[in-house]
Design a binder for this molecule. Structure first.
Ligand SMILES: Cc1cc2nc3c(=O)[nH]c(=O)nc-3n(C[C@H](O)[C@H](O)[C@H](O)COP(=O)(O)O)c2cc1C
Length: 191
């Protein structure tokens, strides 16, 4: 089994990456393979609404000068998908939104590529706006007919500067509990 995780932060190895790694550590201890992809520094544009994916149905986006088609393939091949983002003005980052819009349209144009995979959102926030971000990512999973495990709180960790989330003990526990619940679910539905 494999889980692929995406960090939508503009800041590599920051709070979102730390939170995601706490979830992935649980998978590794449960012998579930993991991969973390950080979008920091990548130029990913949004959906052009060209409709090509709906016509061609080749599991790809027409825009080929970035990594989105590779990421769609990685999501398709994985059993679980984690989408992590810091909160930017009460929402996910532009990079994560671009990935969601394009992967989502391609998936829905190709018989729901992500149907019944397990999905989880991971959010970093300084103060407020984490819940709208968490909700928006979960909307992506839900419309793709994916299954979302819960945790002991909503999957949000608090911090401003790189590393601050490590001081948010409840946030870290939330990520560990998420990892345990997601690993349990993955094993149940893949036996
Ligand atoms: C452009 C921008 C907008 C932000 N907007 C918010 C916000 O709306 N609410 C908030 O609590 N923090 C906000 N922050 C703070 C980040 O969410 C916070 O520092 C987070 O821990 C960054 O995660 P990272 O280290 O993974 O990049 C913003 C940061 C940036 C750069």
């Amino acid at each position: 089994m494999k889980v692929v995780a995406f960090n939508g932060s503009a800041r590599k190895d920051g709070n979102t990456a730390i939170l995601i790694r706490h979830v992935l550590d649980v998978f590794e201890s449960e012998r579930i393979e993991t991969e973390l992809i950080q979008l920091s520094g990548e130029q990913i544009r949004g959906c052009m609404a060209c409709g090509t994916c709906r016509k061609v149905k080749n599991m790809e986006c027409k825009i080929v000068n970035d990594n989105v088609n590779l990421y769609i393939k990685k999501m398709y091949e994985a059993d679980g998908i984690i989408l992590g983002s810091p909160t930017y003005f009460s929402m996910m980052t532009s990079e994560m939104k671009a990935l969601i819009d394009r992967a989502g349209f391609v998936a829905r144009s190709n018989n729901d590529l992500f149907k019944r995979k397990v999905g989880a959102a991971v959010v970093a926030v300084r103060r407020a706006g984490g819940i709208p971000t968490f909700d928006a990512i979960n909307h992506f999973f839900l419309i793709n007919q994916m299954i979302i495990p819960g945790s002991s709180y909503w999957n949000v960790g608090i911090g401003l500067n790189k590393g601050d989330v490590e001081k948010d003990a409840e946030g870290i526990k939330t990520m560990e509990d998420l990892g345990k619940n997601m690993a349990w679910l993955l094993k149940k539905i893949n036996t």
